[in-house]
Ligand binder design. Sequence first.
Ligand SMILES: [Zn+2]
Length: 464
Amino acid sequence: MQQVEDLEAMMDAIIAAPSADAFKHTLPLAELLEKLVNKKATFDAALAKAAEHADAGRLIGKNSHIDALVYFLGISKSEAFRRVQRANDHYGNSSPTLSDAELKAETSLQREQRVLQEAIDREEQTKANAIAVKHAISGEKQDVIRYELEKLNEKTSISKAQLRAMAMHEATERSVEDLRSWTRTKVARINPTTKDPNAALKKRSLSIGQQDSDGGARASMYLDPKGLALLKAMMAKAKPGHLLKLSEADDDRRTKAQRQYDALVEILHRANTAQLPARSGVGTIVVSLSAKDVCSLEKSGAHHRYPTNIGVTLTPAEILRLGGAKYDFGVVLDPASGRPLHLARTQRTASLYQRLALFGSELVCTKEGCDSPIEDNDIHHIRSWFDGGPTDIENLTNICRGDHGDNNDKRDGKDNMGFMDTDPETGRVGFQPADKGQPMRFNNSATAQESGGAQTRRQHWPEE
Ligand SMILES: [Zn+2]
């Protein structure tokens, strides 16, 4: 295409020499390009919706079209997810908003009102979409609107779709930051007029951020009144001197925030060490240390971080602070396959020990490229239980919810869906694509490389 070549030539010219003249020459092109890029945001949403209609996950043996977008476009899972959300804003969500039970409980008047509101919302959606396309509203602005609108309570005087259309109109004139505060203010003004008794409960949340280079992470919480009351009651005890030895209590230099944090961690610590019901294993922290690790603890240094079952890495000092000895489980791994052979120390039920054994060898989901920590994952029978596969450690592996849903237990190649299997030659667990002529694929992600199994295999097969 000639236009594309002209465009590229102009881009190359200013990249080679970003002069004042080049600025003047290139400005009209830059404006056009920016507009195109903004329009791409809506195009991306349309492509995501089309991928959903095409059941595109099947092309790569998965259930979700989100995985297909990640695979074909080389984008991150979070970016693919944003595009799908934007597509739902534009074209509506295919999953129903009311459950069957809720539909049954509806009176005829409520039903009439709902159908009317849905018709109004569809019109507003079309209006908002037209503005987004005509004015090439950027993906960033569209995402800001969605993010702020998520805080809108249910059953407000103005619906989400109506407010979205208004915000999209504002987006044509306002900067990203200004649009964010406009939408936020609007939501705050509309919210209190409603009397949804569960509004705070619906907003409850606790999210924990990524571990930073110091090993810590930020967390943020929204508390409903019950949680708020409990936490406030606990925090009331965090007066100066709280939790300190008598001799140190008079000279407490901690800030109020630090005392409150210490009080919270003390509660978590007590909950974690309390007797848990058998099989649950909830809140147990397991640190993966091989015999070699223990011997070379000094050599590795005080700052070396060891993997745990919850996806957080800990230094020796941090392990000790947790009361490390209590969590010291030893797993003996087969040197060739890195699979668990034997599990030392048994106190809990077998299933928890199998989890621990898989943790020691696998650490994360065994599907190619995945880094979901075992604590979040399912234990999967490689040869399915219905097919006579036993609940023995040799027949178990851990895979995440998403990958578990993509596993074809029947192994019949239907819908291009493959399955987890054990490599007959090496004994390692991996993914077998639906086409059995294709080789098995193993998880060599950065986190999987940290697993006990990978470390053992490296010692046995140094070339791997
Ligand atoms: Zn996975």
